[in-house]
Design a protein around this ligand. Structure first.
Ligand code: G16
Length: 611
């Protein structure tokens, strides 16, 4: 960095002091904490985003959200050029930046990192960052912190005004230097170094994309870097047109299935997803989407509502009850990157039948496997491509779902919790389906397979491969291509996931009950334990084994061994200050007892001394 850049950085960072006595970590999905602790972290992640953009020569996303956490929390995470999560290679730098005790330390860290990574900060290379936030009340102020390091994209009259201001400042600067010899004032004029339409320390431009779902921002970053149109309207247009395409490819006899209605009721978690889903729903005529708990209803974000609550507690969210018995219901989380379905039984007293991320994965797997078999059976398709289909789960996947997927003949892979791990693994396949039980997941298509599908579907249209126009092989290729456009290729996306579930159910002619019968979940229970230091728990083997503290895993094993079909693991959360406990057994009572016993063990080994 040149002197002007350094002094501007020092002066702006001194306005964002890090909180005392708090150690922040990039965690499972970015930094998360009580919003009052975050301004300095968000300011510093703004710097990281600009550096990442300079390093990659691409557009980077910065999202202010704490997703499923309570409303008083907030968070910040980065979307990499492909729309995925920040490269794990940069996470230690993110941690170091967030925890640097003073502006001088911060400057030192940045200079070191910039040198090590060979990042060019010449004020000519330009960084571009897209900013988004969810509906949390603290989002606006945090977004301002994120853009301190950046200039605004400034066109038209704004650009003319900036030009005039810049010229004026340069004249003033020359005058100050010549007559008053006050080099300190240089700080104020540092921005006169920068490019026409931008002001910012390294020529970084920030574009505020407004209130968005997290997956929308990831989608926009990916689309922009691929040179595609990437407005919110483009997002809605791509999803709705792909949905319509898939709907038109449903065989007539299947769409007449009368056990299925075309209505779904969605709990929006009082977050950003409900409003966006209403817009999307208005573009579709083959599906009726009723949204409850949208952010316009005045309810509290993630409080007794939302995918996390529904999945963990297995109860109906606020506003749902026995009046909804038999209707397909779904729930999003606060930033709409998770989706679960549920059924309210007629006499429910609040309990629901959960149709979780594992079942969404299974539904997608059944459909895609069928389309691939249509392709492979069709000799009219030249150079048939044996697409590799793989699925990815975490230790939270219900054991019954894993057995079911294996019985389908699928390759099932496991990674630690966190979309960043699942996504990376799924990207190894031609079609990789990944889902966490909590409803976070998507279907990835390799570029080579999409290219192959595009070529085949063009050949089919021109008749050059001899396929009859109505053949299942042709339709399968068109369906898979439409799925690759509908389902978010950047990250798990509840809105696109919901449309894919809905159109597959219509294609299959399945009710939600029929879908839920694919297999029967083993009873399970999840608990949270507050401990003195959750990072004292170190795990291995995709989080199934505790390595530290010594003796805890042996104690868990001894407890688990007492239960038929017992399975249990513990891991530190990366988004909340707790240790999570997951237990599975042959009865609900047994799963509950096992989870409670292991929670007590965690407390004994690491707790606050409460038991
Ligand atoms: C984030 C991650 C998910 C993870 C979840 C819970 O979800 O993106 O991959 O499953 O946190 O993580 P942990 O158990 O470590 O707290 P979200 O929807 O909150 O962004």
């Amino acid at each position: 960095m040149n002197d002007g850049q350094q002094s501007l950085l020092l002066s702006s960072s001194s306005r964002f002091s890090p909180p005392q006595g708090v150690k922040l970590s990039y965690g499972t999905a970015g930094f998360r904490a009580d919003a009052s602790l975050l301004p300095s972290t968000v300011y510093r992640v703004g710097i990281l985003a600009a550096l990442r953009s300079l390093k990659t020569g691409s557009i980077i996303g910065l999202m202010i959200t704490a997703s499923h956490n309570k409303v008083s929390d907030n968070g910040v995470k980065i979307a990499d050029p492909n729309g995925g999560m920040l490269s794990q290679h940069w996470e230690p730098f993110a941690d170091a930046l967030a925890n640097a005790p003073s502006p001088q330390h911060l400057l030192l860290l940045i200079n070191e990192f910039v040198g090590k990574e060979g990042i060019l900060m010449d004020g000519v290379s330009q960084a571009e960052v897209l900013l988004g936030r969810d509906t949390r009340p603290s989002g606006d102020a945090l977004l301002e912190a994120a853009r301190q390091f950046h200039g605004d994209k400034c066109g038209g009259l704004g650009a003319v005004f900036m030009d005039m201001l810049k010229t004026l400042m340069m004249l003033l600067k020359a005058w100050f230097l010549k007559y008053l010899q006050l080099p300190l004032w240089l700080d104020l004029f540092a921005f006169s170094h920068y490019d026409n339409n931008t002001v910012g320390v390294v020529g970084a431009v920030a574009t505020d994309m407004g209130i968005l779902t997290t997956p929308q921002l990831h989608w926009m970053v990916r689309a922009r870097n691929k040179g595609m149109q990437a407005s919110e309207q483009d997002y809605f247009e791509q999803l709705s047109s792909s949905f319509r395409c898939l709907k038109d490819l449903i065989p007539a006899e299947k769409s007449k299935f009368d056990g299925l209605n075309n209505k779904v009721i969605v709990d929006g978690s009082n977050g950003v997803g409900g409003v966006k889903l209403k817009v999307l729903g208005s573009l579709l005529n083959a599906l009726v989407i009723e949204v409850r708990n949208s952010s316009e209803d005045g309810g509290v974000l993630n409080d007794g509502v939302g995918a996390d609550y529904v999945q963990k507690e297995k109860v109906a969210p606020h506003g749902f009850g026995s009046k909804d018995a038999g209707i397909r219901c779904a729930s999003l989380d606060g930033d709409a990157d998770r989706l679960v379905y549920f059924i309210v039984p007629p006499e429910s007293s609040g309990r629901i039948d959960l149709v979780d991320g594992d079942k969404i994965l299974s539904l997608f797997a059944v459909f895609i496997r069928e389309q691939l078999s249509f392709l492979n059976e069709n000799e009219g398709i030249k150079n048939s491509h044996q697409a590799r289909l793989g699925v990815v789960q975490t230790a939270y996947a219900n054991g019954a779902s894993t057995n079911y997927l294996k019985q389908l003949g699928l390759e099932v892979n496991f990674t630690p919790t966190g979309v960043k791990y699942l996504h990376e693994k799924a990207a190894e396949f031609d079609i990789g389906i990944y889902f966490e039980a909590n409803g976070h997941g998507t279907v990835l298509f390799s570029e080579s397979f999409v290219g192959w599908l595009e070529t085949r579907t063009k050949e089919i249209s021109s008749g050059s491969n001899g396929l009859s126009s109505g053949s299942e092989g042709k339709k399968a290729a068109l369906r898979l291509l439409a799925v690759s456009k509908l389902i978010n290729q950047a990250v798990g996306d509840a809105l696109s996931g919901l449309l894919l579930v809905e159109v597959i159910l219509q294609y299959m002619g399945w009710s939600i009950h029929r879908w839920n019968e694919l297999y029967h979940d083993l009873p399970s229970r999840q608990l949270k334990v507050k401990v003195a230091d959750r990072n004292a728990v170190i795990t291995a083997n995709a989080e199934t084994v505790v390595v530290s503290p010594p003796g805890l895993q042996e104690a868990i094993n001894a407890e688990t061994g007492k239960y038929h079909q017992g399975r249990c693991f513990v891991r530190p959360s990366g988004t909340e200050d707790v240790v999570r406990v997951y237990a599975e057994a042959s009865t609900q009572e047994a799963a509950d007892t096992l989870a409670n016993s292991v929670a007590k063990l965690v407390d004994q080994f690491l707790g606050l001394g409460s038991s």
